[in-house]
Every structure is written in C-alpha cells, then in structure tokens.
Design a protein. Structure first.
Length: 217
C-alpha cells in the first residue's frame, strides 16, 4: 500500500518566502503561522466547499419543498410510505462514519500514520456499508411493488435517497483517493481537511432527510 507520508526531506522543503511546514509535533500543520500559504489555500477550499454545500442544500430543499407542496395540494393522491427498517441501521452507520473520520483527523494531526490509515479506512468501509444498506432499502421497496411511478411519495423517496447516495459515493471515492495517493504532506493536510468537511456535510444531510421521511408522512 502506498504510504500517505513522504520522507522527512520531502516534508521539510521550504515554502519560498513563508518559512516551512513543521517537521515535528504532528503532520497536519495545525500549528502553522496564520500567514502560512497553506492556511490561505485551506481557506480558499473552504469557501469553495461552502458554495458547493449551499448549492446542494438548495437542490435538496427544492425537492423537499416540491414534495410538501404536492402532498398539500393532492392529499388524496399521497400514499403514506412505510420506511424500510434498514434505514435506522444506515443512519447509525452514517453517524459512526463521521465519528471515525473525526478520530482519523485527530491521529493525522498527531502524526500517527498507521492509526490515521486504520480509522480513515474504517470511515470508507462504513460509507460503503451505508450505500449497500440503501440498495437493500430500494430492493425492499421494489419487492413490495413500490417503484418511482407507484406514488409521488415513493418517487420523491427514490429521488432524494439516490441523489444523496451519489453524494456519498463521491465522498467514498475521495477517501480512497487520499488513502492511496502519494501527494506531498502539505497537500495531504488540505485534502483531509476538505474531505472531512464534505463527509460531515453529507452525514448531516442524510440525518435531515431521514427526519423528513419520518415526519413527512
């Protein structure tokens, strides 16, 4: 397996005009000076992620608003959907994945490569488990004869959960790419920061959707 950390010499290459990343005391560089260029790069990525989160949130809110309006205008055409019980397990996996990712980031900051790799991998495994659970939920609905066109409530459920699943799949791919990449440590700092930010957002999004499904009917 490709190692996440380059050797000490690669880590300590000066950044022209701005000093150099710390060699000891952790690999994440959380103790960089505020004016370090990598700090600015993380801030730039954060702004980009916030914009992306806003766009995704608007997309899901638009779908939820459409569902609420449709139900209000045609209550007799809206079927109460019995949620697949596996969604409770999926929600537990989503929460657990954010906790393992938080732990992975802590170990990254301490320079614990093996610990970071273990918990980072655990997050990816939990993410895959969530996706498998979603597929099982869709299969359970299909086995009950509930498809996209069966009823608007079922259709909205499929659209919302598939859209969220695609977001999560992107997060799993990002986790695996970071785990097996050989980018310099400065790049790893930013990559893990952005990936964690995205993953926590997707977890929060699922909890919001699940609450809507529970209360919506």
């Amino acid at each position: 397996m490709a190692t996440l950390w380059p050797d000490l010499e690669e880590r300590s290459v000066p950044v022209s005009g701005y000093g150099e990343p710390p060699v000891g005391g952790g690999v994440s560089g959380e103790d960089w000076e505020p004016w370090h260029p990598e700090r600015r790069r993380q801030s730039t990525y954060m702004i980009g992620m916030v914009v992306a989160f806003a766009a995704s949130s608007m997309f899901f809110l638009a779908l939820i608003s459409a569902a609420v309006v449709h139900k209000g205008l045609s209550p007799n055409n809206w079927m109460a959907l019995q949620l697949p019980s596996i969604l409770w397990l999926n929600s537990s996996l989503a929460i657990a994945s954010s906790l393992t990712l938080f732990r992975a980031r802590q170990l990254f900051k301490r320079g614990d490569e093996s610990g970071f790799s273990l918990w980072w991998s655990a997050t990816a495994v939990l993410g895959v488990g969530f996706l498998v659970g979603q597929v099982l939920a869709w299969r359970q609905l299909a086995a009950a004869g509930l498809y996209m066109r069966t009823n608007p409530s079922v259709g909205f459920f499929y659209v919302l959960t598939v859209s969220h699943g695609l977001h999560l799949l992107g997060g799993v791919i990002a986790l695996l790419w970071i785990k097996y990449s050989r980018s310099p440590i400065v790049g790893q700092r930013t990559a893990t920061f952005v990936a964690a930010l995205y993953w926590h957002f997707v977890t929060g999004l699922w909890l919001f959707l699940f609450s809507f499904f529970l209360l919506g009917d």
